[in-house]
Design a protein around this ligand. Structure first.
Ligand code: UDP
Length: 257
């Protein structure tokens, strides 16, 4: 099935990468993990998985720790070490989501880009591919396994590696704005953007590296808000939510969501 075709239950894609920012695992503004948030994510993912969508989830770790908090020279902890701590944070989120999904009866595998066989499978592309074909949700934790990048880059790489139809980035804002909507009340929410527009405007919702990788390979991206109930499913049904970043589309302001 290619993008745009209708799947079972109206799901639009055969295979997606779902990047969930760490904030999705916590109550707004708080740190740590809130099981109610994890269960909400799991319920939405479960419905899409039952609808036949093959799903790779890439969890972030910002609800626990981001390596950039420990910029060089600011602490006894080296920044590279802090990035590894951040990657481990994504494994914690991945473990929580795996159990929540399995409690709903969804077969799930947790793969880690940092080897830790006691809690997660090693990241082996062909094995993950096989899990997806069998209808298992695969959570890919520990990002790329290397410091100084974020899980956006890991998600972009996964989208290419697993030949996904789209990279879905679930985040705490409605999509890509022309400016910070919290500071500028005139900021406009874009419904569509080209990769070139995104990169030229120095926007920050998604890492430049990730967008550049997707641009090089024509991988579409959808940025949308996980706080709005049902948005993960809406994104997988290709309903009009968030901002789509792809080739060729003109920049156009979307009506306020
Ligand atoms: N990280 C890393 N390499 C990776 C992915 C993540 O070093 O390939 C570290 C990095 O410090 C990052 C942290 O893990 O800040 C948590 O991931 P991220 O910031 O992407 O989480 P999110 O902002 O999505 O919650």
């Amino acid at each position: 099935m290619s993008e745009g075709e209708t799947a079972a239950d109206g799901f639009a894609y055969r295979r997606v990468i779902l990047k969930i920012s760490g904030e999705g695992f916590a109550v707004g503004g708080q740190r740590g993990i809130a099981m109610s948030c994890v269960v909400d994510l799991a319920e939405q993912i479960a419905r899409a998985a039952r609808g036949g969508v093959q799903i790779v989830v890439v969890p972030g770790g910002g609800n626990i720790l981001r390596g950039a908090q420990f910029k060089a020279g600011s602490a006894a902890i080296q920044e590279a070490t802090a990035h590894y701590m951040g990657m481990l944070a994504t494994v914690i989120n991945g473990l929580a989501l795996q159990d929540a999904l399995e409690s709903l009866g969804v077969e799930t595998r947790l793969a880690s880009a940092i080897r830790m066989e006691n809690v997660a499978e090693p990241y082996i592309r062909r094995r993950i591919d096989r899990h997806l074909e069998k209808g298992r949700v695969v959570i890919v934790a520990a990002g790329t396994g290397r410091p100084f990048v974020t899980t956006d880059t890991a998600a972009a790489q996964a989208a290419l590696e697993f030949q996904a139809d789209i990279l879905l980035k679930a985040t705490k804002v409605d999509g890509v704005f022309s400016d910070d909507p919290l500071r500028n009340p005139h900021a406009v929410l874009y419904s569509r953007l080209t990769y070139a527009d995104y990169l030229a405007q120095n926007l920050r919702v998604l890492d430049k590296e990730a967008v550049t990788k997707c641009a090089e390979h024509g991988m579409p991206i959808l940025v949308f808000n996980f706080h709005k109930q049902g948005n993960i499913e809406r994104a997988m049904r290709a309903e009009p939510v968030g901002t789509r970043i792809s080739d060729g589309a003109l920049t156009s302001p979307a009506p306020a969501a």
